[in-house]
Write a protein that binds this ligand. Structure first.
Ligand code: DAK
Length: 264
């Protein structure tokens, strides 16, 4: 299945969806239309059944850029009020992405700068090609990250490293990003999507309700105090005992066979 938007391509293979940002003339920079089409695509995917949507890959068209940031040419003449609306729109779309029930992997195939890195940070994992360059260079433009970057980067790599990257606006290599714990895996450009698919294939053999509950628990508890976090985790854990999949998973273990999960 494939759907072409003006700035995106959405396609699926074996229930894994790929959303490719497609603005080669601007290194896939995020303008208002990309954000609107992304919101529409995420809504479409979130309404699908478990069988039809089990994972999502976010990537950029071509071998040069994942996303080179928010569209600077479109931002140039924004008033403070328009900038507020634009920032809120990006934050809200990326938050919808982060809240998707299915796992999401950013396949970073080149520059992931500004809004591009903020987009990747909203995904569950970041896999990068060895030519990737990542950074939040907004201060070079007299701006700050406006699509959640100041919030998510420090949570991803810690306050000190996040401050350094944000205050300097430096671009870092994929291998440096790996050392910092910002990306999960670095591979060649040719191996990037195969490696992402391989990761999905292993996740798809697991209990889908359990993967979903893990995602929900991690997202919900990362800014709760520890007691409330434990409480939430315990609720998620106990709810899974009402599912047929948990019975099947534990029964399969005792019968020394592979579990056949049905998603309920
Ligand atoms: N926006 C618009 N066009 C871009 C672009 C961008 N971010 N990045 C590249 N392009 C365009 C270039 O202008 C050029 O178009 P033409 O001039 O040919 O028409 C084309 O893509 C190819 O780019 P280059 O010719 O520059 O390619 P190079 O290989 O020489 O350089 C580069 C690649 C990625 C190093 C360079 O293009 C670059 O530095 N790009 C900008 C990177 C950047 O600064 N990104 C951060 C953007 S700021 C907020 C909301 C959001 C944000 C902030 C606040 N609020 C509302 C509060 C987020 C801000 C950002 O993301």
């Amino acid at each position: 299945m494939a759907y072409d938007f003006k700035t995106l391509k959405l396609s699926s293979q074996n229930s894994i969806w790929t959303l490719e940002i497609h603005r080669p003339e601007a290194l896939n920079a995020l303008n208002n239309l990309v954000l609107s089409e992304m919101a529409e695509s995420l809504r479409f995917i979130s309404e699908m059944s478990f069988e039809d949507a089990r994972g999502l890959i976010i990537t950029g068209h071509g071998e040069k850029a994942f996303v080179a940031g928010a569209d600077i040419k479109e931002m140039l003449n924004l008033s403070p009020e328009e900038a507020l609306q634009f920032g809120k729109k990006g934050q809200s779309v990326f938050h919808e992405l982060a809240l998707l029930k299915i796992p999401v992997i950013a396949a970073v195939n080149g520059f992931a700068l500004g809004g591009g890195l903020e987009l990747a940070l909203a995904c569950d994992f970041i896999f990068a090609s060895d030519n990737a360059k990542l950074g939040l260079p907004e201060v070079s433009l007299g701006l700050i990250p406006g699509f959640g970057g100041t919030v998510r980067l420090s949570r991803a790599i810690g306050l000190r490293k996040a401050r350094e990257l944000i205050y300097s606006g430096d671009m870092i290599t994929a291998s440096r990003a790996y050392e910092m714990g910002l990306v999960n895996l670095v591979t060649t450009q040719a191996e990037l999507l195969p490696q992402v698919m391989k990761r999905f294939e292993s996740i798809l053999t697991k209990g889908p309700l359990a993967v979903e509950a893990s995602k929900k628990a991690i997202l919900t508890t990362w800014d709760l105090d520890i007691e409330k976090g434990f409480e939430f985790e315990a609720e998620q854990f106990s709810e899974l005992f009402a599912s047929l999949d948990s019975k099947e998973g534990m029964k399969a273990f005792t019968e020394k066979r592979k579990a056949q999960f049905q998603g309920h």
